[in-house]
Design a protein around this ligand. Structure first.
Ligand SMILES: [Zn+2]
Length: 283
């Protein structure tokens, strides 16, 4: 859930004390980030990722290892970089080391609407296990004896040297950036339907619409944008032309999706407000 309020120290304290769990967005409003997070969801993937971490360190690329419930994250800190460059660098590291099946954050090349994907903020206490997970050294011992000292270390992290990233980016072809998709090009001349909501639904398929906002695989599955989704709980059915989140966020038409999306952005999710905005975007 996105809360649009200044971050009060008490909120951070609540996270550290385990009363709440905070997430963090990696991109700023200009789609610039200083962090790359490689994500392993299983113990097996985590050991593969740890091998990569060791390898990177041997090449003087600083990494930070954060253990999680089922696997862990590798954090790389960089100079401020456009997300699409950071992601190219990250994908290269994964691919080069046969880890292309693992996920990386940031998940967006650039922000189109909304703040992007949420990463669980480190050092909280896990809701299910009641355990606080640490940043660790290569041998598994905590990075520093106390959380306070670990935070202090991460406040001034060792960053990946710029020349290393530049060097790698030069070697790989630039993929085309998806154009911002807030409004759609090539509107058809005739959109059938008696009401705006009918015309919106007939304007394009749910897959086509939702695919602009959620990264979907060939089966139409992806990470749900409406909850902190570690597995692909979200799916668009092309057969029945609806979306659904198996974790309980709901489902339905383009209109239902946009209503949830607006709510996520802290905007009104009423039918009228949703339809009004969609009509402006699509009709
Ligand atoms: Zn969901």
């Amino acid at each position: 859930m996105t809360v649009k309020r200044p971050l009060h120290p008490n909120v951070l304290r609540g996270h550290l004390q385990g009363h709440i769990t905070l997430g963090t967005y990696l991109l700023d409003e200009q789609s610039i980030s200083t962090k790359l997070v490689l994500d392993a969801d299983t113990a097996e993937d985590w050991s593969r990722l740890l091998e990569l971490a060791d390898k990177l360190e041997s090449k003087r690329i600083p990494v930070y290892r954060e253990v999680s419930r089922r696997g862990g994250h590798i954090w790389l800190y960089t100079s401020p970089l456009p997300a699409h460059e950071l992601r190219r660098f990250g994908h290269y590291l994964l691919k080069r080391n046969k880890l292309a099946d693992l996920e990386l954050y940031p998940k967006q090349d650039q922000l189109v609407t909304g703040p992007g994907s949420l990463v669980r903020l480190p050092f909280g206490i896990h809701r299910l296990t009641g355990v606080r997970y640490h940043f660790v050294q290569p041998d598994g011992r905590p990075l520093a004896p106390t959380i306070r000292e670990q935070i202090a270390l991460l406040a001034t992290p060792d960053r990946v040297p710029d020349f290393i990233i530049e060097d790698i980016l030069k070697r790989i072809p630039e993929t085309e950036l998806p154009a911002p998709t807030r409004s759609f090009k090539g509107k058809p001349h005739v959109i059938v339907g008696n009401t705006p909501s009918e015309r919106i639904k007939n304007r394009m398929s749910v897959l086509e619409f939702v695919g602009q906002y959620v990264e979907l695989d060939a089966a139409g599955r992806g990470q749900c944008p409406f909850h902190d989704d570690q597995v692909k709980s979200f799916q668009v059915s092309t057969q029945n032309n609806f979306w659904n989140c198996y974790a309980g966020c709901g489902g339905g038409s383009i209109i239902d999706f946009w209503s949830r999306w607006r709510k996520q952005r802290g905007e009104s999710d009423t039918f009228t407000d949703t339809i009004t905005e969609l009509a402006k975007m699509l009709l």
